[in-house]
Design a protein around this ligand. Structure first.
Ligand code: PLP
Length: 218
């Protein structure tokens, strides 16, 4: 699907939900895509991208920023503590803050560096043992802890289990955000971004629907 078709579907979904047409931002997830597909989307004027690995992003975006100027890139994949500084230099937002130790590292580096990316806390809404994120029952305490560290928390993020109805997870994430006074909701991917928008998504992370299927695993 073309970028403009996806953008039109996002706008329509916002309007249908009674929200402003631009209430949900499109994060074009460019992980493991060939460079020419990424530059094609840049050439169409899009300036918000998502990557799930620090190393891969570091090899790509500094050069593209030299060519195209300001581009927002958000980290949507797991962050190892030893890559935190590099991530804070590269990304305008980190959607995968999933443990107190990482939150503390970010807070300490933010003091030192004098700036901090926008922060989303990843919630393991499906309570899957192999998946990152804090459990729904631990969310309120984690939000409070991150607020205590003065982190700029924009909202919450989730990746629903592959075999469950995603809407249930989007609704749960919205409820957790709402009761913590958070507005940002990073949820919805290629297959389900419209239902995520219906439930309040402010950031949808869409990869294969824009760029085509990934030929290698991310
Ligand atoms: C890869 C990825 C996406 C995009 O997935 P698509 O199904 O290709 O749209 C969204 N969110 C995260 C966290 C991802 O790793």
């Amino acid at each position: 699907m073309s970028l403009s078709e996806i953008a039109a579907r996002i706008e329509a979904a916002c309007v249908k939900a009674g929200r402003a047409p631009d209430a949900a931002q499109l994060i074009a997830v460019s992980k493991v895509q060939p460079l020419e597909r990424v530059t094609a989307v840049l050439d169409q004027g899009h300036r918000l991208f998502g990557e799930n690995r620090v190393q891969e992003a570091a090899g790509k975006w500094p050069d593209l920023r030299d060519q195209y100027g300001d581009i927002d890139v958000h980290l949507i994949g797991p962050l190892q503590s030893n890559k935190t500084r590099q991530a804070m230099e590269l990304f305008q937002a980190i959607h995968s803050v999933d443990r107190p130790k990482l939150a503390k590292t970010i807070a300490r580096l933010a003091q030192e560096m004098g700036h901090c990316p926008d922060i989303f806390l990843q919630i393991n809404t499906g309570e899957e043992p192999q998946k990152a994120g804090v459990l729904p029952a631990e969310t309120d305490a984690f939000v409070a802890e991150c607020r205590g560290l003065d982190l700029p928390i924009q909202g919450l993020m989730c990746i629903p289990p592959v075999d469950e109805e995603p809407s249930l997870h989007f609704a749960l994430l919205a409820k957790l955000a709402n009761r913590n006074g958070l507005y940002g909701l990073s949820m919805g991917m290629s297959g389900d971004f419209e239902s995520a928008i219906a439930l309040g998504a402010t950031h949808v992370r869409v990869g294969s629907a824009i760029f085509g299927e990934r030929t290698t695993q991310a």
